[in-house]
Design a protein around this ligand. Structure first.
Ligand code: AMP
Length: 274
């Protein structure tokens, strides 16, 4: 199936062709039609699957086909929440690429940089806001952002946002969004009970999509698990290394642990570096 048959505007198709995209990825195939039809989405997909375009394309299409009249307020119509500023910048950059021929204004709101340029951009007016929760709350507090016209809310990497403790911030932001006439598209790599609970609270009958994890394990690698008491871990490691004396990569939870392990290996006559 092609991008054409998904019903995207020629201006978006042209941008995709310029990016060298020929076919939609599985997440795009599954997410774009229900998103365009106005459904809520609960999508399980990791980075690398093409998830950014899976929500950006239907978002741009929706805003493009229903451009507001010049007299209407220039407050944002769509909000994309991301866990980090790096991801916000990356999503914004991708969205600008896909939307380069549709003339839709977007901006980013994230911490670690001045508030003023963000306030100026908001005052000039945007259609799409890509934000991290913390800084968006600051703007809400200063009344420099008006979220009352948001039609589309996208939560990107929702599991990471929850891991980073953004749940209260997300709930506060939700309190400033319209409940009626809003669609929500939630993307997450995993679906822990908290994500399901959050989704249940503020989504309406979402279409559920699950994309298999991209194959991240080399087929020639064998996995083995050795349950072992903590006190015997070192002896087991030395035993395994003696059994199979190839170059080995050992992961440890902390820097301190890595240093200790390196000293232990050196004492046992193995050359090691942390
Ligand atoms: P993402 O999962 O959104 O981080 O995207 C992963 C990468 O795939 C990005 O570099 C995209 O530019 C690229 N990409 C997304 N969709 C397509 C597509 N349909 N064809 C080719 N590349 C794509």
């Amino acid at each position: 199936m092609s991008f054409q048959s998904l019903g995207l505007a020629p201006a978006l198709l042209r941008a995709l062709a310029e990016q060298g995209y020929t076919d939609p990825t599985p997440i795009q195939l599954q997410a774009i039609p229900p998103a365009l039809a106005g459904h809520d989405l609960l999508a399980g997909a990791q980075t690398g699957t093409g998830k950014t375009a899976a929500f950006s394309l239907p978002l741009l299409e929706r805003i493009y086909v229903s451009q507001r009249k010049p007299a209407q307020p220039k407050t944002p119509r769509a909000l994309v929440l991301t866990p980090t500023r790096e991801l916000a910048a990356q999503v914004h950059e991708s969205m600008r690429g896909y939307g380069k021929h549709v003339g839709i204004r977007s901006t980013t709101i994230f911490g670690g940089v001045g508030m003023q340029p963000q306030e100026d951009a908001l005052r000039r007016g945007v259609e799409i806001l890509v934000a991290t929760p913390g800084r968006l709350i600051d703007h809400i507090g200063q009344r420099s952002v008006n979220l009352s016209n948001i039609e589309v809310l996208i939560l990107d990497e929702a599991d990471r946002m929850l891991d980073m403790g953004f749940l209260p911030a997300i709930r506060r932001i939700l309190g400033h969004l319209p409940r009626q006439n809003r669609v929500t598209w939630l993307f997450s790599a995993t679906f822990a009970p908290e994500i399901k609970a959050l989704a249940k609270d503020f989504m309406r009958d979402p279409v559920e999509i699950q994309i298999a994890k991209p194959n991240s394990v080399v087929a020639t690698v064998t996995h083995r698990m050795h349950p072992v008491e903590s006190a015997k871990k070192r002896d087991l490691l030395l035993h395994l290394l003696a059994e199979d004396a190839r170059q080995t990569l050992v992961f440890s939870r902390t820097k301190h642990g890595a240093d200790k392990l390196t000293r232990m290996l050196e004492q046992a006559g193995l050359s090691a570096a942390a």
